[in-house]
Design a protein around this ligand. Structure first.
Ligand SMILES: Nc1nc2c(ncn2[C@@H]2O[C@H](COP(=O)(O)OP(=O)(O)OP(=O)(O)O)[C@@H](O)[C@H]2O)c(=O)[nH]1
Ligand SMILES: [Mg+2]
Length: 290
């Protein structure tokens, strides 16, 4: 069964603060030595902001694929190789392992020093290295900054749109970070793209229909080999998304008054189990074969 997602209208979610944030980011670009874009390791293409790439104008740039604890490890390794083959540095981040962060800060300093040397600078930089942290909403920018600062200086939350304006945060060791509000680009034209970002948590929850999102998740997990369907009470992927929701509702006792399965609560439970990583680690966009 294939669902034609394109028949559903786009939410068009693009709150005013994001428009402002996009402009503020463009202004702030002049002040920084390096731009770091956090992308989602589960969807390295769809979670990248194409507009940011156009704004860079030769600034050193690093991709950080975050949330690798939720992505399929072998696929992440293939992405790392693919980006390396395309002259794009990428760093895989597992925010649960603190040792990882120190290497990242060292890499930033090295990239800025290399860039300065390439542009003929002979003296070392006499001020802290300034790094902009950009990326879609809810990808973990503020979480990363707090880990590096070893203090909760930036506000963090499990929903998109937590950081509302640019904020400088000084780290020890000669680095200043610019935390930016997550921005989406206003021209998402494909419903599947929007649903993927919604699934990853980059879109405000309320703008996408829960059952439609659950149908989309079913479509994606159907293609994956190692889904822990047993968590939801199944031996294998149910034949249709409706069977999934009905079965899950019964399995978990999510019933409406009168005993009918509560499909919305079942859809929410399915999405939450996925987001919490309990169904397994999946990558939704594979690196193209070399
Ligand atoms: N599983 C997992 N969750 C993460 C990771 N990094 C961050 N998170 C979670 O993602 C959520 C969003 O984190 P934030 O740091 O607020 O994201 P942000 O990019 O600053 O979001 P905005 O300010 O809304 O743009 C939080 O619930 C974090 O705990 C990660 O590597 N793995
Ligand atoms: Mg933030």
């Amino acid at each position: 069964m294939d669902i034609d997602f394109s028949q559903y209208p786009l939410s068009g979610w693009f709150p005013g603060h994001m428009l402002k944030a996009g402009k503020a980011m463009q202004d702030a670009l002049k002040l920084v030595d390096l731009v770091v874009e956090l992308i989602d390791a589960r969807a390295p293409i769809s979670s990248r902001n194409p507009q940011l790439r156009e704004m860079l104008q030769g600034k050193p740039f690093l991709l950080v694929a975050n949330k690798i604890d939720l992505a399929e490890p072998h696929e992440s390794k293939k992405w790392l190789e693919w980006f390396a083959a395309h002259d794009q540095r990428m760093f895989l981040l597992d925010s649960r392992h603190l040792g990882n962060f120190k290497g990242l800060a060292e890499l930033w300093k090295r990239m800025v020093a290399d860039d300065r040397a390439a542009r003929g600078a002979t003296r070392p930089l006499m001020r802290p290295v300034r790094v902009m942290i950009a990326g879609v909403p809810n990808i973990g920018k503020s979480t990363l900054i707090n880990h590096l600062a070893e203090k909760n200086k930036a506000q963090v939350g499990p929903k998109p749109g937590v950081t509302r304006q640019n904020q400088w945060i000084a780290l020890s060791g000669g680095i200043e970070l610019l935390d930016t509000p997550g921005i989406l680009w206003p021209n998402i034209r494909d419903k599947r793209h929007e649903l993927l970002l919604a699934l990853l948590g980059n879109l405000k929850e309320e703008v996408v229909d829960t059952v439609l999102l659950s149908d989309y998740l079913w479509t994606e997990l159907k293609k994956q080999a190692r889904v822990k369907w047993s968590i939801l009470g199944f031996d294998a992927c149910p034949e249709t998304p409706d069977l999934l929701l009905e079965g899950l509702a019964k399995h978990r006792g999510l019933l409406k008054q009168g005993g009918a399965p509560d499909l919305i609560r079942a859809a929410n439970a399915f999405i939450k189990e996925y987001r919490d990583g309990r169904l397994g680690r999946f990558t939704f966009e594979s690196a193209p074969e070399a």
